[in-house]
Design a protein around this ligand. Sequence first.
Ligand SMILES: *Cc1c(COP(=O)(O)O)cnc(C)c1O
Length: 431
Amino acid sequence: MLYDNLAVNEQGHLTVGGLDTVALAEEFGAPLYVLDEDKLRENCRTYVQALRENMPEGSYPLFAGKALCFKGLYLVLNEEGMGADVVSPGEIYTALAGGFPAEKLYFHGNNKTDEDIAYALDSHVGCFIVDNHQELARLDEAAGVRGIRQRVLLRVTPGIDPHTLQAINTGRIDCQFGVPIETGQAARFVADALSRKNLIVEGFHSHIGSQIFEAEPFCDAVDILLDFAQAMRQAHGFVAETLNLGGGFGVRYLESDPVVDIPGNIRALAQHLRQGCAEKDYPVPKVLLEPGRSIVANAGLTLYRVGGIKTIEGYRSYVTVNGGMTDNPRYALYKAPYTVVPASRMNDAREVTCTVAGRCCESGDLIQENIQLPEMQRDDLLAVLTTGAYNFTMASNYNRLCRPALVMVRNGKARLAVRRQTFADLVACDL
Ligand SMILES: *Cc1c(COP(=O)(O)O)cnc(C)c1O
């Protein structure tokens, strides 16, 4: 199995965290998001411990809420010693409603409106990750009005393409987030920030990408950031207290994907950082990481009820399920790979090559193509694995489908964390 929290019981049913998925679907309905809280906590601890053991005091991971966001999650994150990234007032609201402390929130976004800035300041979020000059000006002003000195990190782009491993790739400089180092613009951004009397500049932020399996691209980013930090010390006497290296560690969606050694990668990164700082006689900064996917993806799976199988003779067989791009748009968007298993018939031979299709009026509404399954029957249960990240948060009400419930399992027990939408929810905003 892809992860150690998945198994098959004596009835040939898939289990998650020791619970029978067929029973879960009977009790809570389908489609259903299932989140294994034990796995989630284990993933949090891996990051918290690795940062604590290898990086300077005060280093800790921030969970990127865009990967998964609902009230009950924030209780767990807080208990596990995580901070959290938020990118909108809605995410701030959710985190606070879930009891998360505002001072551990880091507010991201490349276009924070005046209302967003006001809301975040009035909510006392710990830190803004400032994206651009206009935001600096408005934030400084809004903080001044409130008599606040706001902590900030400055988002810069080191120009790394993590998938080509090129140290400088102008393609990555060309993006809508942050200010590029390479062009000299980031230096002016720092000068601007340091001149703002209502802002406390704590350091720099960079996010180089996603689904990265090794430490090397992060080490390349550290090299560029340290050169930049050194130049800013020389220019302004400014010493960065914090480096936020963003998110992006990969997860296994398929058996063929590598296993990611997160503690090993963090150790390698720490060693690289300390060495780079020693060479420049630069005080080793605190390190923040912003994992999203690698905290929640493998803690989640989605259960679907099969509607039937339709074979287009001479072409292919479609297995239809009672969800689709409304609960998981990632295949439709960018052909994201997933492992699909016959949750109610795990021991049957998988002899049929088929395409899993959703129920939306859209030919692109596919979950996965050309996978092996047994001859599926109506009412069988299908599980799509590793859906804990970027499924729930990217869901929609297309075709006026109700969003699925989310169930958390822990210590062999399941509890509803987000209820299924009702028809009344669908028209709740319609006047
Ligand atoms: C998307 C994103 C993350 C999380 O990335 P993962 O690949 O889910 O770990 C972290 N930080 C920023 C700024 C992001 O945009």
